[in-house]
Design a binder for this molecule. Structure first.
Ligand SMILES: NC(=O)c1ccc[n+]([C@@H]2O[C@H](COP(=O)([O-])OP(=O)(O)OC[C@H]3O[C@@H](n4cnc5c(N)ncnc54)[C@H](O)[C@@H]3O)[C@@H](O)[C@H]2O)c1
Length: 310
């Protein structure tokens, strides 16, 4: 099977997309650390229940898994998550940084705590788990133990395209995409690949926490029809990126939902205004408006994504 002999950590794997990623990777032969803090969608509270339920499900199906209830945003907790894989299963091959919360607010209503909490779980949590895993892979590589390390981070259209009321979340998710590209460059020489996904799926984050997507994703799916918003549709991409077969895939960002995987690209120049000398400010404005009028900066929005369908 695709992931036979692999050891994987999936953060936030007690529910939603992470749960499906953990279940599929276990089914494909991986031993799984099911990490989940088990709190509310806004980051409040904690419970060991969701992670343990997924472990029970994996074991019932004949797989191997262990639960971990640490928070990814706690630097030492993140270290325990990584150590849990090595202590329980003897090594670590794959980290899927998936844990997430939402605190949607327009900027004028966003509290310092709303900002800090969301940045802490998404951006710091992704950094912390990645950092501890990369220390381990570098040490192992130096000792001649090639583990084909894989990191799959979780970005979002909210960060790649920009969604109002999610400046905390979108900024963290755009940063996670940039972080993935950078860490991939740092870790390639140790045989590690780092890629990111931007999923689209029905979970409590899109149904309970976000009324705009709840109307679209919360609808019942007629029997026999493909359930495009099923979070299980995201997992095959993650399982493949985690595999040895994806060794050549570096620093990419994929949107994934339903049966579609989009190859995404970030900032790149699409035009320019240039003169051999210092611009006069007003003259520069005229040149830039002419460049912008060519229409090259039209931006895809989240509404375009939903209009296109999955
Ligand atoms: N559902 C979508 O359409 C969508 C779109 C774009 C991005 N995402 C991202 O996908 C990821 C999974 O979200 P989901 O939609 O499955 O939501 P979800 O709420 O079902 O799952 C997120 C899980 O993360 C866990 N978690 C939260 N804080 C944690 C912490 N500090 N440490 C460990 N675990 C923690 C939660 O307990 C929860 O089980 C998130 O990063 C989310 O931002 C989802």
């Amino acid at each position: 099977m695709l992931l036979d002999g692999k050891v994987v950590v999936v953060t936030g794997a007690g529910r939603g997309i992470g749960r499906e990623e953990a279940l599929l990777m276990a089914k494909l032969g991986a031993k799984v650390v099911v990490n989940d803090l088990g709190g509310g969608f806004d980051g409040s509270g904690a419970s060991t229940g969701p992670a343990q339920e997924v472990v029970n499900e994996i074991k019932k199906a004949g797989g191997e898994a262990v639960a971990n209830g640490d928070s990814v945003s706690d630097f030492k907790g993140a270290q325990r998550i990584i150590e849990c894989a090595i202590d329980t299963f003897g090594k670590l091959n794959i980290v899927v940084n998936n844990a997430g919360i939402l605190r949607d607010r327009m900027i004028f209503n966003m509290s310092e705590d709303d900002w800090d909490s969301v940045i802490a779980v998404h951006l710091k949590g992704t950094f912390a788990c990645t950092r501890h895993a990369c220390v381990y892979w570098r040490e192992q590589h130096k000792a001649g133990n090639l583990l084909n390390g894989r990191i799959i981070n979780t970005a979002s259209d909210s960060g790649l395209l920009g969604n109002p009321s999610q400046s905390n979340y979108g900024a963290a998710k755009a940063a996670i995409a940039a972080f993935s590209v950078i860490i991939d460059k740092e870790m390639a020489k140790y045989g590690v690949t780092v890629n990111a996904i931007a999923p689209v799926a029905r979970t409590r984050l899109t149904v309970e926490a976000t009324p705009a997507t709840a109307a679209l994703m919360g609808q019942a799916v007629p029997e026999g029809q493909f359930d495009v918003f099923n979070p299980a549709n995201v997992a095959p991409l993650v399982a493949w990126l985690a595999s040895d077969d994806a060794a050549g895939v570096h620093g990419e960002v994929f949107r994934v939902g339903g049966g579609t995987v989009w190859l995404m690209q970030g900032w790149h120049s699409v035009g320019k205004a240039k003169k051999s000398g210092v611009w006069d400010a007003a003259e520069l404005g005229t040149a830039l408006k002419a460049e912008l009028a060519k229409g090259v900066t039209r931006k895809e929005t989240m509404n375009d994504v939903f209009a296109e369908g999955l």
